[in-house]
Design a protein around this ligand. Structure first.
Ligand code: PGA
Length: 253
């Protein structure tokens, strides 16, 4: 059994109004009080929920994550939310580089590099997402794609800073499709990612880095996915929107 941190993180995406989000967070907090769980639990909420959710939960039970932050420090960037603002809400994490942000909002590896630096500078833990689209997997390019996503946005970091990153491997073809990677596909990619980290930062840093799996992870497949030696938890979209669906994933550890 390795000593890496196990993490189950919800990604609410653009769902629920403020009241619904706070109610879900409170319900999850209550459910966690009654259990002793073996992993860290995180909820990734829309920006407007952050402060209220952080207030509503016990920080020792649930970490709060933003789903994005700006690639600029502050100033005339209408509609943006900075890493410092996210941190000031009590959030401890920020999901960065989600495939939906890359695809729909044109986030580039260079922008993501800035976001990672700003998140770290503000004491936030980035949950950095990587993953190939279906075409790339079918043409056998998935390892190359994932490696270059990591290199382009993260390999400028010092080993100390890299040690504060959580990775989430999310094959794009598995997100919201009900089609998960098999346990073997997930393990194969996670082991590849860890070897890539070992090559750059050495075995100690690589062994300490939590690598989560995301993409149609749910109560019925979580245990099989999480039992792989290099899968350290999950980033959960749809199945994080109800305590009845999210709790069994947390308890899969
Ligand atoms: P999903 O989303 O669990 O709904 O597939 C995962 C994610 O996008 O983080």
């Amino acid at each position: 059994m390795n000593m890496r941190k196990k993490i189950v993180a919800g990604n609410w995406k653009m769902n629920m109004n403020l009241q619904e989000g706070v109610a879900l967070a409170e319900e999850l907090n209550e459910a966690l009080k009654a259990k002793s769980v073996k992993c860290d639990v995180v909820v990734g909420t829309p920006f407007i929920h952050l402060a209220s959710v952080a207030d509503a939960v016990d920080a020792s039970r649930i970490g709060v994550a933003a789903q994005n932050c700006a690639d600029k420090v502050s100033g005339a960037y209408t509609g943006e939310v900075s890493a410092a603002m996210v941190a000031s809400t009590g959030a401890k994490y920020v999901i960065l580089g989600h495939s939906e942000r890359r695809a729909y909002y044109h986030e580039t590896p260079e922008m993501l590099k800035e976001k990672v630096l700003l998140a770290l500078a503000n004491g936030l833990t980035p949950i950095f997402c990587i993953g190939e689209v279906l075409d790339e997997r079918e043409s056998g390019k998935h390892f190359e794609v994932v490696q270059s996503q990591i290199e382009a946005s993260l390999f400028g970091l010092s080993a100390d800073d890299f040690g504060r990153i959580v990775l989430a491997y999310e094959p794009v073809w598995a997100i919201g499709t009900g089609k998960t990677a098999s346990a073997a596909q997930a393990q194969e990619m996670h082991a590849f990612i860890r070897r890539t980290l070992t090559g750059k930062y050495g075995a100690e840093v690589a062994d300490r880095t939590s690598i989560l799996y995301g993409g149609s992870c749910n109560a019925s497949n979580a245990q099989e996915l999480f039992s792989n030696p290099d899968v350290d938890g999950g980033l959960i979209g749809g199945a994080s929107l109800g305590v009845d669906k999210f709790m069994p994933i947390i308890e899969a550890f």
